[in-house]
Design a protein around this ligand. Sequence first.
Ligand code: SF4
Length: 552
Amino acid sequence: MVQDRETLEFDIVFIGAGPANLASAMHLQRRLKQHNALSANRIDPAIAVIDKGRYAGAHLLSGALLDPKALEEFFPDYLERGCPVEATVSNEHLWYLTAKRKFPFPFCPEPFSNKGNMVVSLSRLGSWMAEEAQKEGIQFFDNTAAAQPYVENGRLAGILTDDKGIDRNGQKKSNFEAGLLLTTKVAVIGEGSDGSFYRKVCEHFPTDQETIPQRYETGVKETWRIPPGRLTAGEVHQMFGYPLPTDKYGGGWLYALTPTLLSLGFVTSLEPSSPVCDPHRNLQRFKQHPMLAKILEGGSMIESGARTITSGGADAMPPLYGPGFLVTGESAGMVNMQRHKGIHLAMKSGILGADTLFESLLHNDFSSAQLKSYEERFKNSWAYDELHAARNYRKAFDSGLYSGLLQAGLQLKFPALAMADGFGKQRNKKNGGASKRAAIESFTPDGKLTFSKTESIYRSGTMHEENQPCHLLIKPEDIEEICLKKCTLEFDNPCRHFCPAQVYEITADPRPELKLNPSNCLHCKTCETVDPYGIITWIPPEGGGGPGYKIS
Ligand code: SF4
């Protein structure tokens, strides 16, 4: 009940402490300080950032290569202030892999080039940005999940945070603490890919704007320590091909943070109409390629994790504002799949959002008409130009790898094609498509180069309060009629494979049952986005639960 909750009043609440919202909060605070230094009419809004992780950066995971363009705009002295840049890209390679061989691309096309970019750990970067934001005077609430929107007078007026101390049967435990109501004039939603709060906000405020459906990939990542002498700091390798069949989109990466510390991962496309896939296994098989196996030999995997990536691009972008809210970064699909990057776009969206928020505070106008200026700013920015120029890249691979490479090559040669309406084919059919029971080959990890899902979860730092309600909601009637009948027949229960944390199991004795292991959950959102029937709803567990990334 809203009435039972303690209420904290804010002017601006940022939901999610990723690069978009942290850049936004800091830029807003600086604009306010500049204004207050020059004007007699001070503006001193109450600003807060909330995040469901148990510390800043705990849930942030990416490759990651950072184009510093946006960071330089709002934080020109970021290096002097200790921004954790691991290395500047020193040399880069693009490969096509078969099971045993590697073929270099003859040249690195301009959009793939990472000249001047930086190798970073997104969790370290986010943690540092959160510290800087707190130094600027912004309140930061970790361990706090945005559970429900609070809607009043036709606008988003606040956030109900998660209750703590509820047992698995929904009863209050002795340590029960009711969640808070955080009222706000504007909420800035920047939860990353497939945000649960944003989904609920969209139910309250449906849009009639026509976009193509959002689409997703899953990236599974490992961080390794390896013996010296094999790589140089800033070395970047990007790969297509093995172990995926040529009708699937995806690929791998290897980035050297230092000569002995590397980020390695594999991206698998998620197709609800053809949901049988195993992104975790794809990474394990990718590492078995002789090129990777040789680099990793004698090394040790120190961290592992997974996260979905939005890949619909400019054509799938939702409205960036609504009554009482803005949407930033990957929550709005700001990822350039052609460049394999989104952090710089997220930061830019945050900066532009802050400019709109500053004007709203200045004029005490929080109407949708005023908030709309954020979308206008974004659509007039280099960030949108970049996204728009790459709008057809991911679609080109819907017809398979070879056709995709050909079309992508044509787009690079003739940039007008890259932006043309109707180029490429959109194949993202939720709940549609032919039934398909693809087989997942058996695989035995060796515990040195390749790992089971259980070992990978252990290295993700994932922790949840065990005695709490399950945060993966499937109606009992859907379990009986869809999971255990229809899905078993049509797809042979692909949830057993696509979840990188083995949360879903079908037990057989004495009768088939769906068994869930929610405390394994990496919060990657693969299940919700690739579920062919749309019957899984992911809600945030008790704040603080989930992975504990430190260098992902
Ligand atoms: Fe990812 Fe958790 Fe869903 Fe598994 S249950 S796919 S770890 S969000």
